[in-house]
Structure formats: C-alpha cells, structure tokens
Design a protein around this ligand. Structure first.
Ligand SMILES: *[C@@H]1O[C@H](CO)[C@@H](O)[C@H](O)[C@H]1NC(C)=O
Ligand SMILES: *[C@@H]1O[C@H](CO)[C@@H](O)[C@H](O)[C@H]1NC(C)=O
Ligand SMILES: *[C@@H]1O[C@H](CO)[C@@H](O)[C@H](O)[C@H]1NC(C)=O
Length: 325
C-alpha cells in the first residue's frame, strides 16, 4: 500500500520529465558512448548456479577475465507488499520482512569492490522463471521506480534495500515469457532517473538469438548492451555467425547511438543446448568481432564457466578473454 502511494507521486513527476527528455534527445545528442574498448568486454551472469560452496560475487570481481557481472535475478515484478522479488538462489536467502526481497550484505560489499576495480555490476530482471508481465504503462513505471529505490539512487525504501547502500550500475532485461508489453516504457522511466543520477547507469537486454525476440520486442532498440543468447535455439553455433550479423546490422540501423552487441555462450555443456567449447567459441568470435558494434562475449554463467577447464588448464572465462585479444 505505502509503495503505491509513493509510486503515484514519483511516477507522475517522471512522466512529465519524460516528455522533456524525449524532446531534448535528438537536439543535443546527450547520450554518451557506452564504455566499451575496441577489444570488447567479457560479461558473466552470477547468482543462479547450484555449485556455490566455493563461489561468491567477490571471487568473480577479483577474476581479471571478467569485466561486467550480471546478477541473476529479480524474478518477481510485483510480489508481497507490492515490491519486486529477488532470487540469488543459495547465495543469499535472508527474507526482508514480509517481502520477496532478501538482505545480502556480502553482495553490497562485493559490488563496491567490483566497482573499485572498474567493473560494472548489473541487476538482471526476470530470467526463465520470471512469469509476471507489465500490464500497462503504470505498471512499467511503478516497477522502474521500485527498482531505482531498491538498487539505484531512489529514496524511500532504504530499509528494504538488498545490497544496503551499494548501487548497481544498471539493469539487464532478461525477459523470457513471450510478452514484451511495457518494456519500452520501463526503459524510458529508468532513463529519466539516470539523467539526474550521480554516475552513469546502463540498460542491457538478453534476447534469445531467434529474431524477432517475442519477450523483449522493440525494447532491443533502446538498450546500451545486448547479450544475445546463442544457445537453446537453432541459431546456436551453426547459425551463430549469420544470426549475429543480422542482429548487429539491425541494432546499428535502429538501436541507440553506441549500442553494443555481445555474443552469449553457455559456460559448460550441461547448462543447455548449443554449447561451444573453448576453442570453438574463440573461432566463432573471430568471425564476428570485426563488426563495428561488436561489444564482446557473455556467458551463462560465471560458476560453471570457471569450473570448465580445457586441456591447457584454461577456464572458459579466461578463454572468453582470449577470444578478444
Ligand atoms: C530460486 O532460484 C533457485 C535457483 O534457480 C530455484 O531452485 C528456487 O526454486 C528459486 N526459489 C524461489 C522461491 O523462487
Ligand atoms: C515462448 O515461446 C517459445 C517459442 O514458441 C516456447 O518454446 C516457450 O515455451 C514460450 N515460453 C513461455 C513462457 O510461454
Ligand atoms: C539473416 O538474415 C538473412 C537476410 O534476411 C536471412 O536470409 C538469414 O536467414 C538470417 N540468418 C539467420 C540465422 O537468421
């Protein structure tokens, strides 16, 4: 209840701002080029793996093979007390009073450590278990507002913040429920908040390689980074180069200025269909990395990619780094 009262005030204010912001964009070209080097970046999802006894966010922050860590997942849009729900599996399960959120202080510490090392930490939304949808613009707006207050710079939900005063660097849309409704509005709401924030924030999306993606829809044209899932579909492996090129050209023509496209791989054969082993993955990357909007490589997920070592003792994460050299 209290959250929907706050929402109506915040949402109206940002809806008004959104008109100003949208009108100002083409005139001043205010958006900065996302921070991707020529070589490209490595991206690893973290938080859903079951083999977690020796793993932690801090461990992957310290791994020089990883540039961007994507936490998985905020899997509930509107749960108890009207707030989003967080599932970092066994890495954090300390429910916050009457909500579907969890208190994860060690994540807060690790996020700050990652950022001090120049790495980005994004909070991923939905995932394969994220079945809730955004019914309308008001729902998209409320969701953006709550996420901003729980994980970003918004105020009013301090006692519910899973990572304490640590702030993530942005949000990743990994919607997979075949309903793309509301995501463009969600993004514009977040962009309004980012415009007056203390640092740069990013929005990414993780569509399946099959085009067009039914779950993310036209929101693919509004994000900074696309972590395309080249697995569990026909466009994994054999179709990868052709499909990547189609994505790259579409985003170059229709995406926001500076948007980058990443090729997403499985970190181990048992994580799904369409696994490409270390050297095979490097071979694919060599065929797509000359694209001007190539952003790098991503992996599902950090834990299995770290445990997956080739004959030379090289982790899949290290092979990802090598693919960009
Ligand atoms: C949280 O995620 C784990 C790993 O995916 C899953 O096994 C578990 O059922 C989820 N729990 C809830 C309450 O969604
Ligand atoms: C989404 O559509 C795909 C392809 O038709 C299907 O395989 C998948 O099960 C659908 N997912 C949901 C959550 O309905
Ligand atoms: C890429 O686009 C071309 C031209 O539209 C099409 O023929 C081809 O099938 C597409 N490739 C994939 C893997 O979707």
């Amino acid at each position: 209840m209290f959250s929907s009262m706050l929402f109506s005030t915040f949402c109206l204010a940002s809806a008004l701002l959104s008109i100003v912001h949208a009108a100002a964009l083409p005139v001043c070209g205010a958006r900065q080029e996302p921070a991707i080097s020529k070589a490209g970046k490595t991206v690893a999802y973290f938080g859903q793996s079951q083999s977690q006894s020796t793993d932690s966010l801090a461990k992957f922050c310290a791994d020089t093979s990883v540039d961007i860590i994507v936490l998985a997942f905020v899997n509930v849009i509107k749960g108890r007390r009207g707030l989003p729900g967080l599932n970092l599996s066994g890495y954090c399960w300390d429910p916050i009073d009457g909500t579907d959120l969890h208190r994860c202080p060690e994540f807060g510490t690790a996020i700050k450590d990652c950022q001090a090392r120049g790495k980005l930490v994004l909070m991923s939304l939905q995932g394969a278990s994220g079945m809730q949808t955004l019914a309308d613009d008001a729902a998209a707006c409320e969701y953006a507002d709550n996420l901003w207050r729980l994980f970003g710079e918004g105020t009013g939900l301090e006692s519910m913040r899973p990572f304490g005063d640590a702030r993530v660097d942005g949000f990743d849309i990994d919607n997979e429920n075949n309903n793309s409704n509301g995501w463009p509005k969600f993004i514009s709401e977040l962009r309004n908040k980012f415009a007056s924030a203390s640092k740069k924030y990013y929005i990414s999306a993780a569509p399946q390689c099959v085009r067009p993606d039914k779950s993310i829809g036209s929101a693919i044209y509004l994000v900074d980074y696309l972590f395309i899932q080249f697995y569990n579909n026909y466009c994994a492996t054999t179709g990868l180069v052709s499909c990547f090129n189609n994505w790259s050209e579409d985003i170059a023509a229709n995406g926001i200025a500076g948007a980058k496209v990443f090729a997403g791989f499985l970190g181990a054969p048992d994580k799904g269909q369409g696994y490409a082993a270390h050297s095979e993955m490097i071979g694919y990357v060599s065929q797509i990395r000359s694209k001007s909007n190539f952003g790098g490589v991503s992996v599902w997920d950090a834990t299995c990619a770290n445990n997956n070592v080739d004959a030379d003792g090289r982790t899949f994460l290290k092979a990802m780094r090598d693919s960009l050299q």
